[in-house]
Design a protein around this ligand. Structure first.
Ligand code: ADP
Ligand code: MN
Ligand code: MN
Ligand code: MN
Length: 407
């Protein structure tokens, strides 16, 4: 009988073989709890001069993958590019054909490993063919080249480009249907009390947010803050201000840490930009940007000029700001409509917001509110940098839609 079902998979929980289709339908999200106190016994063991180096890379679906290797503790260089290259089977990640499947990973940044502790490290890598060409999915290579052309975006030799990235995310039960804290099959009370909330009846998942915050600090990621979001079960953390490529590197490693923390807590995290349709805020990755000129007295003129260049390139940016963003950028719930470019002081309904402090000081930064939570920070930071700093791009003729000043 079973053979008539075609492809089958083994179900460890029941010992019964079940059709793969049945397993796919539950999205492989059954809880597999393990007792962390048992692991602690092994974590205390001496590593005898060796380091566990977890090499992390980004696959074709913008999901982090990793595998681990042993390195000598006394041979960990300051410069990540001096670490050994490694490889993985690209046919298993949708990044290479089966007959020539080797993908080479090049270390680009080293972080202390908050999960294993000690001298163990996480190694952020990007992906290449054996011939040394970046894979089509290696968006870091193009971003690194652009920032290198700006002398690393340093103040001394370049524009001094800074990015502050606000990553929103949504926690779910392992059924992937019920946001954390929501009644099964139903809805909580309407939005209002949840944003920046405290209390068992409104803040759901703080342990995840806090564990992730600590993990980021331990890893040396430039995490600048965190808060509970407007939709219950939704949270945000911020990375920055970071210089050039470091923004994308830190955001990708912070996303990997979030994935691992949620694995520990046995909750599901998604970066989908509108995980619950209807009257609920979506999730974005607001990107704050400034150059040295923008941060200095009179910089507001440069900020407005940069914004008007972003206006000229609106469609081009939207095309690279994340999958499914049209479900989020509706013009409601603190977003601007995806088809219309707008900007304004303190206006969260605009594509670009000029913070009130920037307007008052006459210098500071701009906030691009369009990128979705599942965007690629390498792509978004590169696009914003290129458009904002290229003076040959014409400025869109438009007026600001400033929020009403509240006395
Ligand atoms: P919001 O009010 O939109 O919720 P957040 O406080 O969440 O803003 O995030 C603002 C981000 O902008 C932070 O990551 C912060 O470090 C960053 N930031 C602050 N100043 C600058 C600047 N001059 N250039 C770029 N990013 C900045
Ligand atoms: Mn924020
Ligand atoms: Mn937010
Ligand atoms: Mn914001």
């Amino acid at each position: 009988m079973l053979s008539a079902l075609g492809s089958i998979a083994f179900s460890p929980s029941t010992g019964v073989r079940a059709p793969t289709a049945a397993r796919a339908a539950v999205n492989m999200a059954e809880s597999v709890p393990m007792d962390p106190t048992v692991l602690a016994k092994y974590e205390a063991l001496d590593q005898k001069g060796k380091v566990m180096a977890e090499y992390v890379w980004i696959d074709a679906d913008l999901t982090c993958r990793s595998k681990c290797r042993t390195l000598d503790a006394n041979k960990i260089p300051e410069d990540p590019t001096k670490l050994p290259l490694w490889n993985y089977d690209g046919s298993s990640t949708g990044q290479a054909p089966g007959d020539d499947s080797e993908v080479i990973i090049h270390p680009k940044a080293i972080y202390p490993d908050p999960f294993r502790g000690g001298d163990n490290i996480l190694v952020l890598c990007d992906t290449y063919t054996p011939g040394g060409t970046p894979l089509p999915t290696n968006t870091r290579a193009a971003a690194a080249e652009v920032f290198a052309g700006d002398a690393g975006a340093s103040v001394e030799k370049g524009t001094g480009a800074w990015f502050g990235l606000e990553q929103e995310y949504t926690l779910f039960d392992l059924d992937k249907v019920t946001p954390l804290g929501w009644p099964k099959g139903g809805y909580p009370g309407p939005q209002g009390p949840y944003y920046c909330s405290a209390g068992a009846d409104r803040a759901y998942g703080r342990a995840v947010s806090d564990a992730h915050y600590k993990a980021c600090l331990f890893a040396g990621i430039a995490i600048s803050g965190t808060n509970a979001e407007v939709m219950p079960g939704q949270w945000e953390f911020q990375v920055g201000p970071s210089v050039g490529i470091a923004a994308g590197d830190d955001m990708w490693m912070a996303r990997y840490l979030l994935q691992r923390v949620c694995e520990d807590f046995q909750v599901y995290v998604t970066l989908d930009p509108k995980p619950i349709p209807g009257d609920w805020n979506g999730a974005g990755m607001h990107t704050n940007f400034s150059t040295e000129k923008m941060r200095k007295a009179g910089g507001l003129t440069d900020i407005v000029a940069a914004i008007k260049r972003l206006g000229t390139k609106h469609e081009e940016h939207i095309a690279e700001y994340g999958e499914g963003n049209e479900r989020r950028l509706t013009g409601k719930y603190e977003t601007a409509d995806i088809g219309t470019f707008s900007f304004g002081v303190a206006n969260r309904g605009c594509s670009i917001r000029i913070p009130r402090s920037t307007d008052a000081d006459g210098c500071g930064y701009l906030e691009d509110r369009r990128p979705s939570s599942n965007c690629d920070p390498y792509v978004v930071t590169r696009k914003i940098f290129q458009t904002c700093t290229d003076e040959s791009i014409p400025q869109k003729e438009m007026e600001a839609s400033n929020a009403e000043q509240v006395a």
